[in-house]
Design a protein around this ligand. Structure first.
Ligand SMILES: Nc1ncnc2c1ncn2[C@@H]1O[C@H](COP(=O)(O)OP(=O)(O)OP(=O)(O)O)[C@@H](O)[C@H]1O
Ligand SMILES: [Mg+2]
Length: 284
């Protein structure tokens, strides 16, 4: 798989006082491949949103290099191309909606990309269909629920046909049903369009569905790899304030009682099967 995102020795610092730098991210070197779903996790304030903004070209690194689809985010000549290739969705669905009707909202992004009017209608229709909101064109954006607003934001981004979608905690203001709908939608987009998706999340249940998880700690990449490997790691499970999956907590407790248990049985069904296996062995 070809790489689509590349960070080379990236630092991001802000000037706290005159001549005194405060590093938010330090020496980040990583690659993300085309079509991957990567979840970014870490404690509050560890730099996840900063990472998402760097990756979208919204801010530039203080030093180092970021390449998106071969384009350098520090080169102002590339910024239009990068805007076409990367779609961004933030936490609060309301903050991103500006138009009064749904079709105007999606058209707004397309106008920015200079998509001709005659092509817009079809793009609006198919992106609304992809998020399960077919026929919603004329509806007022103010009448939508939080979950529908976030799906509209995803439709607006999809209509622009980006190669990468970056989402910064898009489900944190939604109930569990809407959260699952958004997750299912992202997995569908990934499998149909082979879109690369970078999802910042506080929910380990979301992160476990990713191809790779990026764990940021102490301004650096602590881990980038298979979520099962990280989530079954005893040290990670004890990281304060990162709420582990319920399945990890249960498995970890069973293990502490002295039973042999696979810490990788994280999906609900696998975890249940693991418990049944232990109970059956216990009876013997
Ligand atoms: N422009 C800025 N100037 C000064 N400090 C900043 C700036 N941007 C971010 N920070 C600080 O950098 C740190 C990382 O911020 P960031 O928003 O990236 O964290 P986060 O991991 O997204 O947090 P959360 O989980 O709360 O969303 C925080 O301590 C924040 O206060
Ligand atoms: Mg954040």
């Amino acid at each position: 798989m070809e790489k689509i995102i590349e960070f080379k020795n990236v630092d991001y610092a802000v000037e706290e006082q005159k001549n005194k730098k405060h590093f938010i991210l330090k020496n980040i070197t990583l690659e993300i491949k085309k079509g991957e779903l990567v979840c970014v996790i870490g404690l509050n304030g560890c730099g996840k949103s900063t990472f998402a903004k760097l990756l979208s070209g919204l801010i530039s690194p203080t030093s180092g290099l970021i390449n998106i689809c071969g384009l350098n985010t520090q080169n102002p000549d590339h910024s239009y191309q990068i805007r076409k290739k990367v779609g961004i969705i933030f936490q609060n669905p309301d903050n991103q909606i500006i138009a009064s009707t749904i079709e105007e909202e999606i058209a707004f992004g397309l106008e920015n990309l200079c998509i001709p009017r005659e092509k817009m209608k079809a793009r609006i229709k198919s992106s609304l269909c992809a998020v399960g909101m077919e026929g919603f064109e004329k509806k007022l954006t103010s009448t939508l629920s939080g979950g529908q607003k976030q799906r509209l934001n995803i439709a607006s981004v999809l209509a622009m046909q980006p190669e990468i979608i970056v989402l910064d905690e898009p489900t944190s203001m939604l109930d569990s049903v809407s959260r699952k709908n958004i997750l299912d939608l992202l997995l569908k987009i990934k499998s149909i369009h082979k879109t690369t998706i970078v999802l910042v999340t506080h929910f380990m249940e979301e992160a476990v569905l990713s191809n790779k998880v990026l764990f940021i700690e102490d301004r650096k990449v602590n881990f980038l790899g298979n979520p099962y490997e990280l989530f079954s790691d005893e040290v990670f499970l004890k990281t304060p304030s990162l709420t582990p999956m319920q399945s990890s907590q249960i498995l970890s407790f069973i293990k502490s009682l002295g039973y042999k248990v696979s810490m990788k049985a994280l999906k609900t069904k696998d975890c249940a099967n693991e418990i049944i296996k232990i109970l059956e062995n216990h009876k013997k």
